[in-house]
Ligand binder design. Structure first.
Ligand code: ADP
Ligand code: ASP
Ligand code: MG
Length: 826
């Protein structure tokens, strides 16, 4: 399968959409592209400059409703005049032509304003003016650069008839007119207006909105081109509308049938009728990006992409639809009901987008355009009047505000499980499915859903088919010491995790104490650079909503703050299915009612709450305890050195250096909290003990822990500087405690203790010199678990238990354990 254009075909057709023609520099770029093309013959079809057709449609409406159209017309005229000035070395002739066309437009609008009810012919003339102007500009520019291009106004040759099926080409008449035109214009290269045409009587008409793709396919056929390149502003046909699904990926190849289904169900990137002339001549279509011409884009041909990944190629969303249902017990098994429904709708000239009938035949639903909903309802009521009167049919209902989401792919035929995957994703995103249809070709599965859920549905289904099941949207709150270390660790590990373990981490939000940054993930963007940008005006609720908004398979909030108010959000986040990971002790040790609310929310939604780093930083303390309990062991007691700061102080305190001096050193080394009393008070250790106790199923709170506060009473309430100045008052009592311990051959350690009956205390204790806690180094933490199985010799977890790097690593391992439980092979 080749995605690159073939070498020097004899005729290439190029069509440039509005976005490729936004201003003079875009037009210059388009000229570069076509001038660089070495095809023997070439046709270039152009649509109007970006936004022009919308402006013309609005102008006609304004004029018809008696509004002020002069000013917007002046703006439109000026935009084209300015573009000509910027684009052309000798713009005079073109400026005069633009003025002439805009004068004609003014005359038409004047007539519309007078008539108030404009005919279609007048409207078509107005709507088509954008293509006349844009083609004129490109043509003049190409000529100035030495290109020998003829200029063809499609209204001179392209004859179409408007039918129920859209605009149909009169190929014979068009070919005849073109042959006449070619006699006077034999150039090898031609500029052609897209979108516009003539009707059989020679009056101007159009191919309908977005119709210049169709124009291009028609002219490619009339000029016998070998390839058609449709240039737009995206890298080809993407797996879904990139405006709704930022993760959408370009598709290398599509079959004509797949492209037809995508276009029919609303993929704006290609007009549905474009395919018909292409299929008839087996003409390959290449969807390319004007602004990324080196990218091959999407090739559409008869073969498509046999080697392509997955059964689903693309997803589309078609909106502004309505669901019309005919329901009745009298329909069961009655032959011909469906036929009568469609005959009635056909007679009312209503086109049916989708049909769904349950096998019980109790109801028949069809999806029609919103604008046709009432007419469809009336037509069915008419057709089934007799059955309604005799209650054989219970009613005809209409539900507006419906969208159809379609999954398309040739590979769906014969592949089981595609529908299941789609429905599971919709269920997880809490999208209610109103009706389902699968074509017999099995190339398309469509579901009708409420339009309010459409974007959510599209993202969720896209994630289910295109993303790794371990794709996780991440938010990190509190980029302080631990948060920063974690973000650095995440950033460097992300590519490896994605490649080796299919764990796809997507950082989507950051929040500090008073600001939040919400964004789309980008591997290339450093998190620190994100925080240099102005913050998004959002609170933590907005952050959670943004995290869920992408509908990635999973969402995780990592709270690296120490804030109680952040912990306050956990129950709601968990209830919404967001996993929470934190080194913040507030939730684990805070009010029992909130802790229980967290557990309840977790149990309901299945979201995980992990907090390994709240005790012993990166050490596996909580997971060890969990493993013991989950495997059926029974706890007898936990004893531990749970504060790195206090461990360091008492490991270093040998009577040579006064205790106050050691506190000062620890403070200077950054081992203590900014206010060392937060460590010396024992509260931090007590919190950790509460967390462990609750893990064991004990309903313990902070007030239940007996705490020995090492700060002398008079200094507890003093301001920080006064406390630091008065540190010496600690020296004499501490020295006395040390001397007393030594006399008994003991050492001093600040120890936390919990017994299975809920007795909890944290205190400075004299321990025998051969105790496990007597030989710790530096800031090491140590936790010993005495259990039924480990009763003679306790199970001990020991190692560095403080510092941003190891704490962040503890948080990170929680995240990986979570990914593992979601299916990642680690
Ligand atoms: P042009 O003016 O070049 O014809 P359009 O605006 O008509 O361009 O169509 C291109 C736009 O279609 C893209 O910018 C993109 O936003 C949108 N689009 C919607 N669905 C898709 C899809 N599946 N693949 C690519 N683009 C899509
Ligand atoms: N300019 C026309 C439109 O905006 C046709 C096209 O762009 O394809 O609908
Ligand atoms: Mg288009």
């Amino acid at each position: 399968m080749a995605t690159l254009p073939s070498a020097s075909p004899s005729c290439r057709a190029h069509k440039f959409g509005g976005s490729s023609l936004a201003d003079a520099s875009c037009i210059r770029h388009v000229a570069d592209l076509v001038l660089a093309d070495d095809a023997e013959r070439q046709i270039v079809i152009t649509s109007a400059m970006q936004g022009t057709t919308d402006a013309l449609v609005a102008l006609a409406k304004t004029a018809a409703s008696g509004g002020h159209w002069h000013e917007p017309l002046t703006r439109l005229r000026q935009r084209h005049l300015d573009t000509a000035q910027a684009l052309l070395a000798r713009p005079e002739a073109v400026l005069a032509q633009i003025d002439r066309h805009c004068d004609e437009l003014a005359a038409l609008l004047h007539a519309v304003a007078l008539l108030r009810q404009p005919g279609q012919a007048a409207l078509d003339r107005i709507h088509g003016m954008g293509e006349v102007l844009s083609t004129l500009l490109l043509h003049a520019h190409l000529r100035e650069r030495g290109g020998d291009y003829a200029l063809l106004d499609a209204r001179d040759v392209l004859v179409i008839r408007q039918t129920d099926l859209g605009a149909l080409v009169d190929w014979d008449a068009s070919a005849r007119l073109l042959a006449d035109w070619r006699r006077a214009h034999p150039q090898r290269r031609v500029n052609i207006t897209g979108f516009i045409a003539r009707d059989p009587d020679g009056f101007p008409t159009t191919l309908g909105r977005n119709g210049s793709d169709y124009s291009a396919a028609i002219f490619a056929s009339l000029f016998d081109a070998d390839e058609l390149h449709l240039w737009s502003d995206v890298d080809g046909v993407l797996s879904a509308d990139p405006r709704i699904v930022p993760e959408a990926v370009p598709l290398p190849a599509l079959s004509y049938c797949e492209a037809c289904e995508l276009a029919y169900f609303g993929a704006k990137v290609i007009h549905p009728q474009t395919l018909t002339p292409a299929i008839a001549r087996n003409l390959p279509i290449l969807m390319r990006n004007t602004f990324n011409p080196a990218f091959p884009g999407t090739r559409i041909d008869a073969d498509g992409d046999h080697a392509g990944r997955g059964p689903v190629k693309g997803l589309t969303l078609c909106s502004q639809l309505a669901l019309v249902c005919l329901e009745g017990t009298g329909l069961i098994g009655v032959p011909g009901t469906a036929e009568r429904v469609f005959a009635a709708l056909h007679a009312a000239r209503i086109s049916v987008v989708m049909i769904s009938q349950g096998s019980s035949e109790h109801s028949i639903c069809c999806v029609v355009r919103d604008a046709d909903a009432q007419a469809a309802c009336d037509a069915l009521k008419d057709a089934f009047a007799r059955e309604l009167a005799t209650a054989q049919v219970q009613g005809v209902t209409v539900q507006t505000g419906i969208s159809v989401l379609a999954a398309v792919g040739d590979g769906m035929a014969g592949t089981p499980g595609v529908a299941a995957r789609m429905f599971e994703a919709l269920a997880r995103a809490r999208v209610n499915i109103r009706a389902i249809a699968q074509g017999a070709s099995e190339r398309n599965i469509s579901v009708a859903i409420d339009s309010s859920a459409a974007a959510r549905a599209l993202r969720a289904v896209h994630a289910a088919f295109w993303l790794s099941p371990q794709t996780i949207a991440l938010a990190v709150i509190g980029p302080g010491k631990v948060g920063s270390a974690l973000l650095d660790q995440l950033q460097s590990a992300m590519p490896r995790l994605r490649e080796r373990h299919a764990i796809d981490l997507r950082l989507r939000a950051l929040a500090s104490r008073n600001a939040a940054w919400l964004f789309e993930h980008d591997d290339a963007c450093d998190w620190r650079a994100r925080m240099q940008c102005p913050p998004s005006a959002a609170d933590l609720d907005g952050l959670a909503a943004h995290l869920l908004d992408a509908h990635l398979p999973h969402a995780v909030i990592i709270d690296c703050s120490a804030s109680d108010s952040v912990a306050q959000h956990y129950p709601a986040w968990l209830a919404a299915g967001i996993h929470v990971i934190t080194p913040n002790k507030q939730a684990g040790a805070g009010p029992l009612a909130r802790y229980q609310a967290i557990r309840t929310a977790q149990a309901k939604s299945g979201a995980r709450f992990r907090y390994e780093a709240t005790v012993g930083a990166g050490l596996p303390v909580i997971s060890t305890l969990r493993d013991l309990l989950d495997t059926g062991d029974t706890l007898i007691a936990i004893e531990g050195i749970l504060s790195g700061t206090l461990a360091w102080l008492f490991n270093s305190f040998d009577g040579q250096t006064p205790f106050s001096e050691l506190v000062r050193q620890a403070h200077a080394l950054g081992y203590t909290e900014p206010d060392p009393r937060d460590d010396l008070s024992g509260m931090d250790v007590a919190r950790k003990l509460v967390i462990l106790a609750r893990e064991c199923g004990l309903s313990l709170s902070l007030k239940d822990v007996e705490v020995e506060n090492l700060v002398p009473e008079p200094l507890r309430e003093a301001d920080r500087n006064r406390f630091l100045a008065a540190l010496d008052t600690l020296d004499a009592p501490m020295q006395a405690r040390l001397d007393a311990a030594r006399r008994q051959g003991c050492v001093l350690r600040y120890v936390a203790r919990l017994t299975h009956d809920g007795q909890a205390s944290v205190a400075l204790r004299a321990l025998p010199a051969d105790h496990a806690f007597a030989h710790l180094r530096l800031t090491d933490n140590c936790v010993s678990f005495t259990t039924r199985r480990y009763c003679d010799n306790p199970l001990v977890v020991q190692g560095p238990g403080a510092g941003p790097e190891v704490t962040a690593a503890g948080v990170f391992s929680d995240l990986l354990r979570l990914a593992g439980s979601l299916g990642a092979a680690l």
